[in-house]
Write a protein that binds this ligand. Structure first.
Ligand code: SIN
Length: 482
């Protein structure tokens, strides 16, 4: 099964394509160091070809009925479902995530295809009571046009489907630039998309190691009308600046620094379960992972002891092995960064409860770690960890918890546990975040709007709002009707 979805070319205008230079790059399994594939290292020529193809395919795709587009998306969804085991194994091999996490991502990511197949038929316009008796005012929604889709390695499938399914449903065509670390899942999606009947040029995947060149071409080309990106805030800012040259529509899903607050009235066991789900999903490599735990001083000892106890049980290893709960980080740089954050906290006085070092499982592995007595001046609090490390700080009042939680330029996800209904509303209102888990550590679903405020991004993905991001409003003023 795997061999039919394992591709070793880019996918442009319905063709499996090489780079004109003949250059290729390797895709490596971070758990084992094994080479999985060699892919074309594309440059200007291939990006130009892909943009041109998406541009030429746009009028026909946009001109189809919503039902025709929805039918193609439904077939794509069914094929992803049929191949879910093979896709999950491929994803585990290229990203390192455990097979359970990969299967969960296939379910989550394919959910966006199904959802937007359904939403395609609900892109409604509006009729507005006019300002003159002889006039009618009508608002229609039209597809934005060609979209550039730039995606990260931590969710090799879901970040593509969350954007592309909405774009395709709205009538847009896309050029996808997956990260060089995990392009194989993207190409598997292209293969299944072709089998589902996505026409040539509508869905293109260009592989490259030259992210700077790709970003520049995709933001500065006037044929592209929208850029959508998931990744770091630093890169998001560059893409935003570059997009200014052609005043592109942009959606950005950027970094986070999620606080996870445990109040004194919380159900502590539920909070520990939520913390485990949020912190260790994908080995701590998600933008919405709990990044810092803020725990009331009266329950901090109990919470920290229970979190450390559960964390110490997590088995680390190759994600394909039965019983493994934490895979490798994406590469050795990621491990070095996580280790630096942990050592900085320990040097400044944090107490290590479990973990705290690289794992013997291999060069890309880090031990799941819990730190207590952490303070705001430690880097582990101000920076996005992107690894399996849970730093715990304490607070004394609700106002202090909210202030600490908001003391960051980021505003993606936040979590809190409390059973006091008045507090639930106060804190939910006080937190400056786009998404809030209340007595809940797992908030991702295709039916809800995903996105952040402040430096965590612009726009929302998924849900009924997600498709609007791929449409433009057109106002028709029909006069002389009297
Ligand atoms: C992300 O980490 O960027 C996405 C996480 C999610 O969709 O749950």
């Amino acid at each position: 099964m795997l061999s039919t979805i394992l591709k070793n070319h880019s996918y442009i205008n319905g063709d499996w394509t090489d780079a004109a230079t003949g250059k290729r790059f390797s895709v490596i399994n971070p758990a084992t160091g094994e080479q999985l594939a060699e892919l074309p290292d594309c440059h200007e020529q291939e990006f130009d070809h892909a943009i041109n193809s998406a541009h030429s395919a746009f009028p026909d795709w946009a001109g189809r009925t919503a039902k025709e587009r929805a039918d193609v998306l439904k077939r794509w969804y069914a094929l992803v479902q049929e191949n879910k085991q093979a896709i999950a194994e491929l994803m585990t091999r290229e990203s390192g995530k455990t097979l359970d996490d990969s299967l969960a991502e296939v379910a989550y990511g394919s959910g966006f295809i199904e959802w937007f197949a359904e939403e395609a038929r609900r892109v409604y316009g509006d009729v507005i009571p006019a300002h003159r008796a002889s006039t009618k005012i009508i608002v229609t929604r039209e597809p934005v046009g060609v979209c550039a889709v730039i995606t990260p390695w931590n969710f090799p499938l879901a970040m593509i489907t969350r954007k592309c399914a909405a774009a395709l449903a709205a009538g847009c065509t896309v050029v996808v630039k997956p990260t060089a670390a995990t392009p194989l899942t993207a190409l598997a999606l292209a293969e299944l998309g072709e089998r589902a009947g996505i026409p040539s040029g509508v869905f293109n995947v260009v592989t490259t190691t030259d992210s700077k060149l790709a970003g520049k071409m995709l933001t500065e080309d006037a044929r592209i009308r929208k850029v959508t990106f998931t990744g770091s805030t630093g890169v998001g800012k560059v893409l935003m600046q570059q997009s200014a040259s052609t005043v592109k529509n942009i959606s950005l899903e950027l970094g986070g620094n999620a606080p996870f607050i445990v109040f004194e009235d919380a159900d502590l066991e539920a909070a520990v379960a939520g913390a485990m789900a949020s912190k260790y999903r994908n080995s701590g490599q998600t933008c919405i992972c709990a990044n810092r735990f803020l725990v009331h001083s009266s329950v901090v000892e109990r919470f920290a002891a229970r979190l450390a106890e559960e964390t110490a049980k997590l088995r680390v290893g190759n994600g394909l092995e039965e019983g493994v709960r934490q895979g490798p980080l994406i590469d050795e740089h990621a491990v070095a960064k996580v280790d630096e954050l942990v050592q900085d906290a320990i040097d400044k006085g944090a107490t290590l409860l479990t973990g705290g070092a690289r794992s013997s499982a291999g060069p890309c592995f880090y031990q799941p770690t819990v730190l207590k007595d952490v303070r705001p001046d430690m880097h582990v609090i101000s920076e996005e960890i992107f690894g399996p490390v849970a730093p715990i700080m304490q607070f004394d009042t609700e106002a202090e918890a909210i202030e600490l939680a908001n003391d960051t330029p980021f505003g993606l996800a936040a979590y809190f546990y409390s059973r006091d209904v008045g507090r639930v509303w106060r804190v939910a209102q006080g937190l400056e975040y786009g998404m809030i888990g209340i007595n809940e550590g797992a908030i991702s679903t295709e039916v809800a709007p995903f996105g952040g405020v402040k430096e965590s991004g612009i726009g929302r993905e998924g849900s009924k709002y997600g498709i609007e991001e791929y449409t433009e409003m057109k106002y028709l003023c029909m006069g002389g009707l009297a």
